[in-house]
Write a protein that binds this ligand. Structure first.
Ligand SMILES: Nc1ncnc2c1ncn2[C@@H]1O[C@H](COP(=O)(O)OP(=O)(O)O)[C@@H](O)[C@H]1O
Ligand SMILES: [Mg+2]
Length: 237
């Protein structure tokens, strides 16, 4: 088994003619949390969308488990086992928690995880089953979205700022659960975070994107030891 579950090779991508990513190469390994950090507007979300087939790729390639997915459509990529959680609009607001969970299993083509097993990640959702998703807090909504993704038994999860605008206590819980995804559910994660310090603390590997270019790749600890980068680009002192 190769160590990388996914690799981007020299990817140039953007929206229509507006190029955002410039020659980005990266890899995420099985059993690892790969963290992508960088200032606002540096292309972090675009990188996840590029993996999921939601941007225009001008050149380069995206290889997932030895399959070239560069020109595949999002639903094909989902079917191959990649779950993508955008920062917003990741649950159906007009449905209850339970309906969201059931829907996640119905609309998935392929095997799904047992609901009890998936709920094990966030057992607190059980008490919220009858609540409309629109009435949930940001943290609860994120828990629901992660559970819905988990139900599809993905082999890779892409999380875009799962702790954005959350109280530190909830953010801490979400970070713990990302570790649990890796360790208990065996799901590698590519994590995009504004909350760079915390993300780097739980990451196994880190990439720093600035203006659509990769300017650091290595161990999170190595990045944290480069104040010239972390101060300027991540606001870490
Ligand atoms: N759907 C879109 N259409 C056109 N440009 C976009 C779109 N989404 C993001 N952009 C642009 O791409 C650049 C990178 O954005 P983004 O990937 O969201 O950065 P980040 O997630 O690092 O904050 C920004 O200049 C942004 O304005
Ligand atoms: Mg973003």
């Amino acid at each position: 088994m190769p160590s990388s579950i996914i690799a981007l090779n020299d990817v140039n991508a953007g929206y229509g003619k507006f190029q955002v990513l410039f020659g980005v190469s990266m890899a995420a390994d099985y059993r690892e949390i790969t963290v992508i950090v960088g200032p606002n507007g540096s292309g972090k979300s675009t990188l996840l969308r590029t993996i999921f087939g939601l941007t225009s790729i001008y050149s380069g390639e995206v290889i997932f488990k030895n399959i070239n997915i560069t020109s595949k459509k999002p639903h094909e990529i989902a079917k191959l086992g990649i779950a993508y959680l955008p920062q917003l609009e990741n649950v159906f607001l007009n449905l209850t928690v339970k309906e969201n969970i059931l829907l996640a299993t119905y609309i998935h083509e392929g095997e799904t995880m047992d609901i009890e097993e998936a709920i094990g990640l966030f057992p607190q959702l059980k008490a919220l089953f009858e609540r409309k998703a629109s009435t949930l807090s940001g943290g609860e909504r994120q828990m629901l979205a992660m559970t819905m993704a988990l139900l599809r038994k993905p082999s890779l999860m892409l999380l875009d700022e799962p702790t954005a605008n959350m109280a530190p206590k909830i953010a801490k819980l979400i970070f713990e659960k990302i570790i649990e995804l890796k360790e208990n559910y065996n799901i590698p994660v590519i994590l995009v975070e504004q909350n760079a310090k915390k993300a780097l603390e739980i990451g196994d590997k880190a990439y720093l994107l600035v203006a659509g270019r990769k300017i650091f790749e290595g161990l999170p600890q190595e990045l944290l030891e480069k104040p010239d980068l972390t101060k300027v680009y991540l606001g870490i002192d």
